[in-house]
Design a binder for this molecule. Structure first.
Ligand code: ATP
Ligand code: MG
Length: 588
């Protein structure tokens, strides 16, 4: 049975269906693996590949990873994990400019943070495409020798003019019929630095009349004097991405080369190139196959490294890990969790149809995971004083708050109750609106995990804001005691003992962009920045929060999920970032 004959169902993840299909067909039975990437001769020395499939995640180290990359990471690493395969982490560093070690490091950290590892036993499976420059060079010479490539002396403008259009064929370059010997000599001179940047270019010789413009003698090697972070000044010619990428896949014995839809039109060249190199004996069958899926577009964010670089360099944000950025470093500092990304990628699926995903779907996934994972704590974000006038001045009483309402096994912690408390300003209303069940001038409310109190008065400042609320407590009503329910009240408010509270810096983050589609309709996306995307406040937290460690995550009851900032927190003095509110405040 051949793979082509059985229809592949388009499921919620059509690439998974393709993999299952290929495995059922035993498509990779003859594939060998010599323990490291290499050409046909090298791989022939190996055993049958122990990895059932090989995928790769191939970032260019020219920026930090963003949420879109998470989709690709879960897809590539997830398939390898689910089908007894291996996923390589490959830095696609064939472009000498804009690449740096900082990016390499941040990418490795982000992939591990999402829960993946590229090592397989003794094999690291961490690769750098620039280590394949030698092979790429020889592959180019092989194409020349077999009449499949030529050196073009046309200028870039001339090449553009003769390329044709979608409806008109292109014109052959006047240099297309150079002899193999002349092409080889010129290509070697390019390598040896005898020609100026941009003066000569190596092109594949395919078909200037092809309806697919990518097959009209595409450029494959250019002269460029640039220092490379890995190979230094060894090379002054560099391969084009479209030439390098298929070769990288083939040397690494990748079975499924998964990329985003914009590469769909490159697939014929991908196949053409690998076939020519296989014919020449440089690569062995089965050759890798490319599959394209729709990239992730998410409302209210920009997922393009170039735009993210602008936001960082123009200081619209504090750095690559600013919690408002959709970088994985930023999401992590914001308190987003890897399991939330997994849920998200499972939920949105993998298809070939381009679409926009609502940001709230991602937030809901984080809420779902955090609701289960995060312990509850009490925080008064916008504090005013509550004085219990009939409570003894120096008394400190233990109240018991459950750490997680759905997980009694996580136990309870002690929160101290005293005469002076902090409560939320919004929990007292002098003239209550309809349906307001919290404190009012003559109302009663339960102090959560404590007593029922009755309001006896309040004080205001010069501006008319309530600053202190007075009340009396009803001694027999303590939560968890037999008399607790003797008096029924509708409202229940949270509080923190003023004497014990930890006054903390809290950062309330909101969306970085105020428009769902930043920069759409010819607007500059920078004009769509939300001017109020962060608000820093000082809040009163229950004392146990003073001991929170960097990246500890909590639900602050009634407010949302918060994380101890991993960068700015000091021991005994954590700063908290709001990850996400309990409910979506943006929904109309
Ligand atoms: P950008 O367009 O943001 O610069 P990129 O595609 O240039 O991203 P790469 O470093 O080349 O970034 O990406 C590594 C892998 O991540 C590629 O396989 C790419 O297809 C995938 N990827 C990048 N952006 C997205 C996205 N928004 N959704 C899904 N996959 C993506
Ligand atoms: Mg790219």
């Amino acid at each position: 049975m051949s793979a082509e004959k059985t229809p592949i169902p388009l499921g919620s993840n059509f690439i998974r269906a393709i993999v299952e299909h290929d495995l059922a067909d035993n498509k990779f039975a003859s594939k060998k693996w010599a323990g490291s990437p290499g050409d046909a001769t090298h791989q022939a020395t190996g055993q049958a590949d122990p990895a059932k499939i090989r995928t790769r995640f191939p970032p260019e180290p020219n920026g930090y990873l963003h949420i879109g990359h998470a989709k690709s990471i879960f897809l590539n690493f997830g398939l390898a994990r689910d089908y007894a395969g291996v996923c390589h982490l490959r830095f696609d560093d064939t472009n000498p400019e804009k690449e740096s070690q900082e990016y390499v490091d941040s990418i490795s950290v982000a992939v591990q943070w999402l829960g993946f590892n590229w090592a397989n036993g003794a094999e690291s499976n961490l690769y750098f495409a620039s280590n394949y420059f030698d092979f790429m060079y020889h592959a180019a010479e092989s194409l020349i020798e077999n009449g499949h490539a030529f050196v073009d002396s046309q200028t870039a403008d001339e090449m553009r003019e003769t390329r044709g259009t979608l409806t008109e064929p292109g014109k052959n370059s006047p240099w297309r019929n150079r002899s193999v010997a002349e092409n080889l000599q010129l290509f070697r001179e390019m390598r040896d630095g005898k020609h100026a940047d941009g003066s000569l270019i190596l092109r594949a010789k395919i078909d200037m009349a092809s309806p697919n413009i990518n097959l009209r003698d595409p450029a494959i090697y250019r002269v460029r004097r640039a220092h490379h972070h890995n190979t230094g000044d060894t090379w002054c010619i560099y391969p084009m991405y479209t030439f390098a990428h298929p070769i990288e896949d083939a040397l690494e014995q990748i079975t499924h080369s998964i990329c985003t839809l914009e590469f769909e039109d490159q697939r014929p060249f991908y196949d053409w190139l690998l076939e020519r190199l296989a014919e020449a004996g440089l690569l062995a069958h089965p050759l890798p196959k490319q599959y394209e899926f729709a990239r992730l577009n998410l409302t209210y964010v920009v997922l393009s490294k170039r735009k993210l670089i602008d936001l960082v360099e123009q200081k619209h944000v504090s750095g690559w890990d600013d919690p408002r950025l959709p970088t994985l470093a930023g999401a992590r500092r914001r308190g987003y969790v890897a399991e939330g990304f997994k849920l998200f990628t499972d939920r949105i699926g993998v298809s070939k149809a381009d679409s926009w995903i609502e940001y709230t779907i991602l937030e809901d996934c984080m809420r779902e995971v955090l609701n289960d994972a995060a312990e509850r704590r009490i925080a008064v974000l916008d504090p005013i004083k509550l004085v219990i006038d009939n409570y003894p001045v120096n008394q400190v009483e233990d109240c018991f708050a459950p750490n997680h309402p759905l997980k009694p096994e996580l136990g309870k912690r002690v929160v101290p109750l005293t005469r002076e408390l902090w409560i939320e300003a919004e929990d007292f209303m002098e003239t209550p609106s309809k349906g307001f069940f919290r404190l009012t001038p003559d109302g009663m409310v339960r102090l959560r995990y404590g007593y029922v109190v009755k309001c006896t008065g309040f004080e205001k400042d010069a501006a008319g804001n309530v600053t202190v609320v007075h009340c009396d407590y009803l001694p027999d009503t303590k939560s968890g005691t037999p008399g607790a329910d003797a008096i029924k009240v509708k409202g229940n408010i949270h509080w923190v003992s003023a004497q014990h509270a930890y006054a903390a810096e809290i950062r309330l983050y909101d969306r970085l962009f105020k428009e769902a589609h930043p920069g759409s309709g010819d607007r500059d996306y920078l004009n769509d920045l939300n001017p109020d995307s962060v608000k820093t406040i000082t809040s009163q937290l229950e004392p146990s929060l003073k001991d929170a460690k960097a990246e500890d995550k909590f639900q602050f009851e009634r407010h949302g999920y918060f994380v101890a900032d991993k960068k700015d927190s000091a021991a005994g003095k954590p700063i908290f970032n709001r990850t996400v509110t309990l409910r979506d405040a943006w929904q109309k």
